[in-house]
Design a binder for this molecule. Sequence first.
Ligand code: MN
Length: 385
Amino acid sequence: MSDIKKQIAILGSTGSIGTQALEVITDNNDLFEVYALTANNQVDLLIEQARKFRPEMVAIANESHYLKLKEALADLPIKVFAGNESVAQVAEMQPIDIVLTAMVGYSGLKPTMNAIKSGKKIALANKETLVVAGELICDLVSKHNAAIIPVDSEHSAIFQCMAGEGNNPVEKLILTASGGPFRTKSMRELEHVTSAQALKHPNWDMGAKITIDSASMMNKGFEIIEAKWLFGVMPEQIDVVVHPQSIIHSMVQFADGSIKAQLGLPDMKLPIQYAFTYPDRLKTNFPRLDFNICSQFTFEQPDLERFRNLAFAYYAMEKGGNMPCILNAANEIVVAEFLKDKIGFLQMSDIIEKVMAKADFIAHPTYDDYVKTDAQVRGLTKDFI
Ligand code: MN
């Protein structure tokens, strides 16, 4: 590698992926430097991070925190911005080499588009961007010759399995799923589970929204759509298998029937670091997988009757157009309501199903159509609650 440090922008630095990315940068501060940090709401943590990593600029999406942020960093030469638009603008600053998109939900779309248009390498952790507007994003990527390196552990695993394979034909992508905290619960039990129970993921330590999505299998639904766009395969080439140990992070089956898998202990720092250093691998001190301890790997079929979200995602992927955008917007609203215990666990899927049937379908959406769909569907979902 060159002796010039790579300049990194972390969009969503105060979340789970963002804070782990800063640990990766700390461990490799001879290679990486923080150029920009952005957050949605957590101003205190953003201040702490800015004082420690001394980026060129910081931005906070929630404008009501601007003065506090500005004053807390007044003694440092750090530029301070506020508002969604400024977060999107930070992503295109000239010195940035890598943009890590680690914000939650639809809000990642605009900044990711800006980063692609300015030719950055994208370390993509915000899966909703590809779920909502995969076609648009892929067109932009090829037009601007940008690179997207997946950070999501399943997609990083597939990406690692593909390394060195050139144009060898892929038969199938096999995404593994932990099954989440409710894997063995019956339909009757699922009626009464609470958000507090859903937030206890057995294997992964993640933010609240994605943890609920994992419990409801919507996360896996989003990931099949994400995989379709990242790897350019047909929907019928994407399988999901439940693997409760979360050691095999995903697999690729090639045309000759050979299957490659990527394994490791569940730790997001590994895919984050790989996205930063690809195609190189750096030495780490992460705990190693011990086959004497992890001595059993099991596999089961996902249950599409108990976890209907996965079926909805397959439907949305096949239907295309703005249907995945509808799915995502409805899901963002029901998850927020479930987190407040305003609706039950199974109601989330019931409402999403109704919204998907009612929202206006657009076969070939533009960027403006996505914006309109997102706003319309959020309103529609609230009406059903
Ligand atoms: Mn994942």
